[in-house]
Design a protein around this ligand. Structure first.
Ligand code: FES
Length: 282
């Protein structure tokens, strides 16, 4: 059993939890995820790790309620327990494996959309801990000011933090893509971009960064269902190769990902009929 030591509502439908899971906290790296189960019969929910405290033995997760299981999960309070908290799973973010001196020479742009700010945070924090922060720009977009999450945390670790809101209620008014264009037009140059958020956002960020010739990494966490390599929901094309987001990812070269196919799969997996149809095809 895994105790929830902190439970907090960050914004409408978005919740943060610190969970006592010392083994996961000891070994996890930015980019990895956990599978959470509320009880024996509960659905398996894959969630990207948002933060970890190796000394305290806690792991932070952020979830957005999208259905019955996540709503049940969001109703849990401090002192409640999860039945399972399995991880760390998936491949750690590319940065973790790179030569630190080479990494320090890079200008890095992070783009997070909505709840995608949560998996962006541990990567930016990790870079700061390694002494790579001056050239790390972070753009976080949301619909409104109230929906922007982890602002203080992000400001504390980013070289430059640029909030954006669709309705113009805070920061840059407009989509994250228009902010990327504005920064590049100001003369900013980036060696790599990491985009994490809704599929449609990642698709349009990739279309833009391809034009701007900025290599881009995306996280395909949104299409994961059971996170075990068995349900098939997260199958995607990356160039000519077929991959599974939960086993081979969740991070991939965004310029090679077939977003249209993945968005279609994601939509089908939302319904039982769609799931049955995909199973027949496989
Ligand atoms: Fe089910 Fe990857 S999430 S196979």
């Amino acid at each position: 059993m895994y105790k929830i030591v902190k439970a907090e509502k960050l914004a409408d439908l978005i919740y943060l939890m610190d969970v006592e899971a010392p083994r996961v906290a000891r070994h996890c790296q930015p980019g990895q995820f956990v599978i959470v189960k509320i009880d024996e019969k509960g659905e398996r929910i894959p969630l990207t790790i948002c933060d970890y405290d190796r000394e305290a033995g806690t792991v932070t997760i952020v979830l957005q309620t999208v259905g019955a299981s996540t709503e049940r999960m969001a109703s849990l309070k401090e002192g409640d327990y999860f039945r399972d908290f399995v991880g760390p799973l998936g491949v750690a973010s590319e940065f973790v494996h790179e030569d630190l001196e080479e990494l320090k020479k890079k200008k890095i742009l992070f783009v997070g959309g909505g709840v995608g700010a949560a998996p962006v945070y541990p990567q930016v924090k990790w870079l700061k801990e390694q002494g790579v922060d001056v050239d790390v720009d972070v753009i976080i977009g949301s619909k409104t000011k109230d929906m922007l999450i982890l602002q203080d945390e992000m400001k504390a670790v980013a070289g430059n933090y640029y909030p954006c809101t669709d309705d113009g209620s805070y920061g840059h008014s407009g989509m994250v893509t228009t902010k990327i264009e504005a920064l590049v037009n100001e003369g900013k140059k980036y060696d790599v971009c990491v985009a994490i958020g809704p599929m449609i956002m990642m698709k349009f960020v990739c279309l833009l960064t391809k034009k701007l010739e900025i290599p881009t990494i995306v996280s395909m966490n949104p299409i994961m269902v059971d996170g075990t390599g068995m349900c098939g929901a997260c199958r995607l094309h990356v160039g000519d190769e077929v991959k599974f987001a939960c086993v081979d990812g969740p991070e991939f070269d965004g310029h090679l990902v077939d977003f249209d196919e993945s968005m279609q799969r994601q939509a089908l997996y939302k319904t039982q009929e769609g799931r049955a149809m995909l199973k027949l095809k496989e």
